[in-house]
Design a protein around this ligand. Structure first.
Ligand code: ADP
Ligand code: MG
Length: 637
C-alpha cells in the first residue's frame, strides 16, 4: 500500500470544485443566486459558446467592500451564515461559502464591484483560484463577475462537456427557474449576443411566467392559492385539458428556491387524478412557503433538493390547494383561448389515447346486446336488457338523477336501437323555461334567482345534448361521459355497499381459466362492488348477484373486463380504482341510445352546476361555444 498523505490544498479545491461546478450552467446558477442574495433588482447573465467562451453576470446589488474582496473567494467564506444555529433557518439561496472558491479554482475570473456608499469600486483577477492584487477601479453600483476558460486546468472535466447548445439550454432553463422564483427581480439572459429571456421584475408571478415560459403556456394556467398547517401554496397549474406530454413544465419552489421533489410532484398529480387524460401530466409553477426551520436545504451541494420536516403537511397543502382550485373552476370546458373554434366541435380529440377502438364502437356506435352464447337472465332482462333507467341509479338514493321506471307499461321514450321510429306521444324535448319577460304577475319582485337552467334544444347523433344558456352560449354535452362521471363520483363516495339485484337464474361466466382464477382470488373485492360470485369449476365462475345499476345483460362482459384489470397486477388501491372506472362506465347511459327528457335534464343540470366536468378518463364532458365563436364560424363577426 502507498503511504497515506493529505492532499495539497489546490488538489482538494479542484475535487471540491467538481461537486459545485459541474458544467457552465452551474456557474450561471451560483453567480445569479449570489446576485439575488445581494438584493439586486436587475440581473443580466451572458453566455458565449455555451459558457465555454465566457460567462458574465452583472447585478445592481449591494456590492462587496474592497477589503473583503479576496475573502469572498476563500472556501467556506460567506456573509450569510454565522454559527451552527443559522443552519436551521436559511433564508438566502447561498450559504455554503463554496461557489466563488469553486468557480475560481477551475477558471480565470475577474470581479468588479462597488457598494453604493463607496466612491470608487474595486477589481480583482484570479487564475486557477490564485488571486492577484485588489485594484481600485471605476465601477457601477453592484457587481460584475466575468468567468473565462472554464475547466482550463481540469482536462478530464473539459472532455465531458456537452455541445455548446446543450449547455446554453441548461443555463437558459436555470435562468427561467430563477426568474420564476423571484418575480420582483428583472432577469435578462443573453446567449451569443442575443437576448433569450427578459422578465419585467414587476413582482407579479404571472408576468414572470409569461416572459419566461411563453404566452401559450401562461394561457393554459389557472391560479391557485391555499394551504394550511403552516404551509402556504400559491401559483399556477395547467387546466386539466391542457395536460403536457411530460413533467418538464412542473416548476416548484420552496421558500424561493427552485427544487426537484417527488413529494411535490406526487401531491400535484394526485390533485388531478381522474381529471387528466391518461399519459398526460399537469404543468405548474407552484411556490410553497413554510417556516425556514421546517425545511432542510443542506441536502445536496447544488442545493436542488430539500428535506421537509413534516412531509405529510406539505403533501396535504399542495394536494388540497390544487384539488380545490380545479373544483372551483366550475362549468364546462371552454375552448382554450386562441383556439380555432371549429376544432372544438370534436371534444374527443384525443379519444383513442385512452380507449381502444372496440370500446369506442361499443359505447358510441351501437346499442349493446347481451354477449352471444351467454345464458344470463335476470328480473330486468325480459325487456331485452337495455333499459337505460334500470341501469342508472342505485334505488335508495333519492337524489339520484334518474328515477327508475318500474311497472308494466313499456317505457315510452327509451328505446334500444337507433333504427326505431319515435312514438307519436313523445313529449317535446324542450322543457318550458320561462324566458325573460315571461314571468307571471307577482313574480317580478322576486330576488334574482340562481342562474336559469340551460334550455335543452335536443340531442344530436344520439350522443350529444345541445343546450343554450341565457347569456347566448351553446353547450354540447357528451351524455355518456357525463353520466360515467356521475356514476364514478357516486361509487367512489359510497360508504355503503351498492344495491344488488339477484339473477333469476345464476349465470355461469367463462372468462378463461386464468381470468376465472383472478376473479375467484378477488371475491371480497367483487363483493364490495356488488357481485356475488363463486367457483363453478372448470374455469367458470357462477354469478348470483350483480350491482343494481348494472344492466344484467352486461354482467358477463363486465366481469371479463374486471378480470383484465385485475390481471394488470397493481396495488390494491389502484385495482380498486380501476374497478371503479369499469363499473362507472358500464352503468352509464351509452352513446347511441336515445334518452328521455328527464334523464337529459338531470345530466344537464349536473354539468351546468359544475359538478361534472371531466369523465373519469379525463375527457371533457361538455364543450362550450360562445355566440361570438359561432358568429366567427359563419363570418358574421
Ligand atoms: P455563499 O453564496 O454561499 O455565501 P459564495 O462563494 O457564492 O458563497 O459567495 C461568497 C460571498 O461573497 C457571499 O457570502 C457574499 O458575501 C459575497 N458575494 C458573492 N457574490 C456577490 C454579489 N454578486 N454581490 C455581493 N456580494 C457577493
Ligand atoms: Mg453563493
Amino acid at each position: 500500500m502507498p503511504h497515506i498523505q493529505q492532499l495539497p490544498p489546490h488538489v482538494a479545491d479542484l475535487i471540491a470544485a467538481g461537486e459545485v461546478v459541474e458544467r457552465p450552467a452551474s456557474v450561471v446558477k451560483e453567480l445569479v443566486e449570489n446576485a439575488v442574495d445581494a438584493g439586486a433588482s436587475a440581473v443580466v447573465a451572458e453566455l458565449r459558446r455555451g459558457g465555454m467562451g465566457l460567462i458574465r453576470v452583472t447585478d445592481n446589488g449591494c456590492g462587496i467592500a474592497r477589503p473583503e474582496l479576496p475573502a469572498a473567494f476563500l472556501r467556506h467564506a460567506t456573509s450569510k451564515l454565522r454559527g451552527p444555529e443559522d443552519l436551521g433557518c436559511i433564508g438566502t439561496l447561498g450559504f455554503r461559502g463554496e461557489a466563488l472558491a469553486a468557480i475560481s479554482a477551475v477558471s480565470r475570473v475577474e470581479i468588479r464591484t462597488r457598494r453604493r456608499e463607496d466612491r470608487t469600486g474595486a477589481v480583482l483577477r484570479l487564475e486557477g483560484g490564485v488571486p492577484g492584487e485588489v485594484e481600485e477601479a471605476g465601477a457601477p453600483e453592484g457587481t460584475t463577475i466575468l468567468v473565462r476558460d472554464l475547466f482550463y486546468n481540469t482536462p478530464a472535466r473539459l472532455k465531458f462537456m456537452k455541445k455548446d447548445s446543450a449547455e446554453t439550454a441548461a443555463a437558459a432553463g436555470l435562468m427561467q427557474h430563477l426568474a420564476l422564483s423571484h418575480p420582483a427581480v428583472s432577469f435578462k439572459f443573453i446567449k451569443d449576443g442575443q437576448e433569450a429571456l427578459h422578465t419585467p421584475g414587476d413582482g407579479r408571478l404571472d408576468s414572470a411566467v409569461y416572459a419566461a415560459l411563453g404566452r401559450d403556456f401562461a394561457r393554459s394556467l389557472l391560479p391557485v392559492e391555499g394551504g394550511g398547517d403552516g404551509v402556504r401554496v400559491s401559483g399556477f397549474v395547467t387546466r386539466p385539458l391542457q395536460g403536457r406530454g411530460s413533467r418538464a413544465m412542473q416548476v416548484f419552489f420552496v421558500n424561493g428556491r427552485f427544487i426537484k421533489s417527488q413529494l411535490l410532484t406526487a401531491a400535484l398529480e394526485e390533485g388531478y387524478r381522474n381529471q387528466i387524460m391518461k399519459g398526460r401530466f399537469p404543468g405548474c409553477v407552484l411556490a410553497v412557503t413554510l417556516p425556514a426551520a421546517q425545511v432542510d436545504v443542506n441536502v445536496h451541494p447544488a442545493k436542488t433538493q430539500v428535506k421537509f420536516a413534516r412531509e405529510q403537511a406539505v403533501f396535504d397543502a399542495v394536494y388540497h390547494t390544487v384539488l380545490d382550485s380545479l373544483a372551483r373552476q366550475g362549468g364546462p370546458v371552454s375552448p382554450p383561448p386562441g383556439a380555432d373554434p371549429g376544432k372544438t366541435l370534436n371534444p374527443r380529440d384525443d379519444f383513442f389515447q385512452s380507449m381502444d377502438a372496440k370500446t369506442y364502437r361499443d359505447q358510441g356506435a351501437k346499442p349493446v346486446s347481451p354477449p352471444a352464447g351467454r345464458s344470463l337472465s335476470a328480473w330486468n332482462t325480459e325487456r331485452g336488457g337495455t333499459r337505460l333507467s334500470d341501469s342508472v341509479p342505485p334505488l335508495p338514493r333519492r337524489e339520484t338523477p334518474f328515477p327508475p321506471l318500474r311497472g308494466d307499461a313499456p317505457p315510452p321514450v327509451v328505446r334500444q336501437g337507433p333504427e326505431e321510429t319515435p312514438p307519436k306521444e313523445e313529449p317535446p324535448l324542450v322543457p318550458a323555461i320561462p324566458r325573460a319577460g315571461e314571468e307571471l304577475p307577482g313574480q317580478e319582485a322576486l330576488e334574482p334567482q340562481e342562474e336559469a337552467p340551460w334550455r335543452i334544444a335536443g340531442e344530436v347523433l344520439r350522443t350529444y345534448i345541445v343546450c343554450e344558456d341565457e347569456g347566448g352560449c351553446v353547450y354540447l354535452i357528451d351524455k355518456h361521459a357525463a353520466h360515467e362521471r356521475i356514476n364514478f363520483d357516486r361509487l367512489k363516495a359510497a360508504l355503503e355497499p351498492p344495491m344488488r339485484q339477484t339473477l333469476l337464474t345464476p349465470a355461469a361466466v367463462e372468462p378463461g381459466r386464468e381470468e376465472a382464477a383472478l376473479l375467484l382470488e378477488n371475491l371480497p373485492l367483487l363483493e364490495e362492488f356488488g357481485f356475488s360470485c363463486e367457483d363453478f369449476g372448470g374455469g367458470a365462475v357462477l354469478v348470483r348477484e350483480v350491482p343494481a345499476d348494472l344492466d344484467a345483460a352486461d354482467a358477463a362482459a363486465t366481469l371479463e373486463e374486471i378480470a383484465a384489470k385485475l390481471r394488470e397486477g397493481r396495488s390494491p388501491a389502484e385495482r380498486r380504482e380501476a374497478l371503479l372506472h369499469t363499473m362507472a362506465c358500464k352503468a352509464a347511459v351509452k352513446g347511441g341510445w336515445k334518452s328521455d327528457p328527464a334523464e337529459l335534464r338531470a345530466l344537464v343540470s349536473k354539468v351546468q352546476s359544475g359538478e361534472v366536468k371531466y369523465c373519469p378518463h379525463g375527457r371533457p364532458v361538455a364543450v362550450k361555444l360562445t355566440k361570438y365563436e359561432l358568429e366567427k364560424m359563419f363570418k358574421r363577426a
